[in-house]
Write a protein that binds this ligand. Structure first.
Ligand code: TXA
Ligand code: MG
Length: 412
């Protein structure tokens, strides 16, 4: 007799029904309170639980318990050499993870004060006697973040123990920004017993990962994300920054301003790693329309980028496909206008990335668009580049890894 695969229990949570008194959640909705209690029970029994954060949905387990944390890796099919972010619900939880003698730098104190709770992850020296090596993948550092989403914070605070949580997707796939994405990817497989549905993620892509532990005092952005580089620079150098930080520390972006040593640079876990990541089940092509493609466009080793005109692009794309095609672009893009013009919608499904003046909107809709066009059955997804400023930096970081090919389109 075949064994039944355990179903994924989905429990609704209303983020707006949770407020906090210090670190203590207060609920105005008993359904939400009961859902969190059930999730805490699952976690303390060392199961994984998927939950919303303001960036993307996370797949959580007790961070200080190696047995529980191992289940995250098996549920996602994640390589064991990729370390996990540890999520806390209050700054006081941080000290339990760090060596007793450690004091954060003034720059770290400033960033924590300004961006926590929120989409910023900081690397700290790990206390090896309490943080299991499966969490750090054997590195001397531990990545920590204090999420802003009320459901995430309430879950961690009620568990009373930090939670390790990567994005709640099969390794290599786009990160989920809705409970339905998680359910479609990990549900019904026996790998996910419980999912908290707290609605849509407001940021839509992952946290910014910053390493400020180097002897030179610089802050190295290992992965751009929800907190922009511009915001980091302003917090450290602005008029509110502490006097002790003159001159302010430099903020360096991986691959733009620095590279890691060659062993780290080639490791599969490096933020600029060479294999595809964030990729839906259908092929993705990145369209450069304004900027010159970088010389090594090339998180995926693609080589030189071909240039075509707008008409040739549509002709080639349509004649090379038997089914429908997806296009993600900003509202003022001639590409979007063309794919919505008379007759075209029979071939093209479009997904707006918002106005070009609102990069946060493009970032929020990136994974959402990839996942929804994939679900609607398109044969290929074309994604127009956005300017690499503000949240556009994180957008381009993710789409370069997701895209198997790129094209340059001459719009004039
Ligand atoms: O927004 C987010 O950060 C989401 C939500 C769920 O909080 N989590 C997330 O986790 O994106 P994940 O596992 O998908 O990405 C974690 C990133 C990886 O690039 C990993 O290599 C890096 O953080 N990381 C974790 N610990 C590290 C460490 N000790 N040193 C360097 N990088 C680390
Ligand atoms: Mg991830």
């Amino acid at each position: 007799m075949a064994t039944a695969i355990p179903r994924t229990l989905v429990l609704k949570c209303d983020p707006e029904s949770i407020t906090f008194s210090q670190d203590e959640p207060i609920y105005s909705d008993s359904e939400t309170e009961n859902a969190i209690k059930t999730a805490v029970q699952h976690l303390t029994e060392r199961h994984v639980v998927a939950f919303p954060t303001e960036t993307v949905y996370g797949l959580g387990a007790l961070a200080l318990d190696a047995t529980a944390a191992t289940k995250i890796f098996s549920a996602k099919g994640r390589p064991s050499d990729n370390p996990l972010i540890v999520h806390i619900s209050s700054p006081s939880m941080l000290s339990s993870l760090l060596p007793p003698s450690y004091t954060p730098s003034l720059a770290y104190k400033t960033l924590m004060h300004r961006f926590w709770p929120g989409p910023l992850t900081l690397l700290f020296p790990a206390n090896p006697s309490c943080v299991p090596s499966i969490i750090t993948a054997g590195h001397p550092t531990v990545a920590v973040r204090l999420p802003a989403h009320p459901v995430a914070r309430a879950l961690i605070a009620t568990t009373g123990i930090p939670l390790a949580a990567p994005s709640a997707n099969t390794s290599g796939k786009p990160s989920p920004t809705r409970a339905a994405h998680v359910l479609r990817d990990l549900g019904g497989t026996g790998r996910l017993p419980l999912l908290l549905d707290g609605g849509v993620c407001a940021v839509g892509l992952e946290s910014t990962v910053v390493d400020g532990l180097g002897a030179d005092g610089a802050l190295r952005v290992l992965r751009p994300g929800g907190v922009t580089v511009e915001a980091l620079v302003a917090a450290l150098g602005g008029s509110d920054a502490p006097d002790g930080m003159q001159p302010p520390p430099r903020v360096l972006v991986h691959r733009r301003d620095f590279v890691l040593n060659s062993r780290e640079e080639n490791a599969p876990t490096t933020p600029g790693m060479k294999y595809r990541h964030y990729a839906p089940g259908v092929p993705v092509t990145l369209l450069y329309t304004a900027s010159a493609p970088p010389d090594d466009d090339d998180d995926a080793g693609r080589g030189a980028v071909r240039c075509v005109g707008l008409d040739a692009f549509f002709r080639e794309a349509e004649s090379g496909a038997s089914g429908r095609l997806g296009l993600m672009a900003q509202d003022d893009s001639p590409l979007l206008a063309r794919a919505r013009s008379e007759g075209a919608p029979a071939r093209w499904l479009t997904f707006s990335l918002g106005e070009s003046t609102e990069p946060a909107r493009a970032a929020q809709r990136l994974f959402e668009g990839l996942l929804s066009l994939e679900e609607q059955g398109v044969e290929r997804i074309y994604v127009q580049e956005v300017a690499e400023e503000q949240e556009g930096l994180a957008f381009m970081n993710r789409i370069r890894k997701a895209a198997a090919t790129s094209l340059r389109i001459a719009l004039m």
